[in-house]
Design a protein. Structure first.
Length: 201
């Protein structure tokens, strides 16, 4: 769920099962996943060319502790809205975990002052992540535009039926993921998120 998708993409949004009929895995898209003994799944359903750097950020948050799922677009026209994201491996992996935290990208026009918008049905997790990011000096707030409260949203697809989603501006994603200089800041960003997750039962 991102405001980064312009008019040229809106007509191309469709369920992953529909996409699979027209696009080829390995050529147009690929899935990267890793199951770990964790109750938390970190997912980037719009990785690759759909929402740049979200896959890198999700991998950093997952680290070696949490499970990971990334749907990586290798070509254009592969942005699937989160409540319609039905890629079978994503659904199955989400159901094996208590909570799901998804990483998304939004346009800089969303806000001049806030860089991370946090939503989802797990209010305690949402608030914990916001608090930890603010402690680290990142600007974060509750997401009221794309709140991630639909039951069919992949972030709410875990066993608890309530998770969290992050919408990150392009300027922050670019700042977290450049070669070299951005890596320490990315680690800080990811560690703060993990601390927020660790506070949850």
């Amino acid at each position: 769920m991102s405001s980064e998708t312009g008019p040229s993409r809106r007509g191309k949004r469709q369920a992953a099962t529909e996409l699979a009929k027209k696009k080829r895995e390995g050529t147009h898209w690929r899935v990267v996943s890793c199951a770990r003994p964790s109750t938390i799944l970190i997912a980037a359903p719009h990785g690759g060319r759909a929402e740049p750097h979200t896959a890198t950020i999700a991998k950093a948050i997952a680290g070696t502790r949490h499970s990971l799922y990334v749907f990586e677009a290798l070509s254009t026209g592969l942005h699937i809205t989160s409540h319609r994201f039905k890629e079978p491996r994503a659904i199955a992996q989400a159901r094996r975990h208590s909570k799901v935290l998804t990483v998304h990208g939004c346009d800089n026009r969303r806000s001049d002052s806030i860089d991370v918008f946090v939503g989802g049905l797990d209010v305690a997790l949402r608030d914990a992540v916001i608090a930890e990011l603010q402690k680290a000096g990142f600007t974060a707030a509750i997401d009221t535009r794309t709140p991630g409260r639909a039951q069919g949203n992949i972030c709410n697809g875990g066993r608890s039926s309530a998770g969290a989603q992050l919408e990150i501006t392009r300027r922050l994603r670019n700042g977290l993921c450049p070669l070299g200089a951005g890596k320490p800041r990315l680690r800080t960003f990811a560690i703060r998120r993990i601390h927020g997750l660790a506070r949850q039962p």
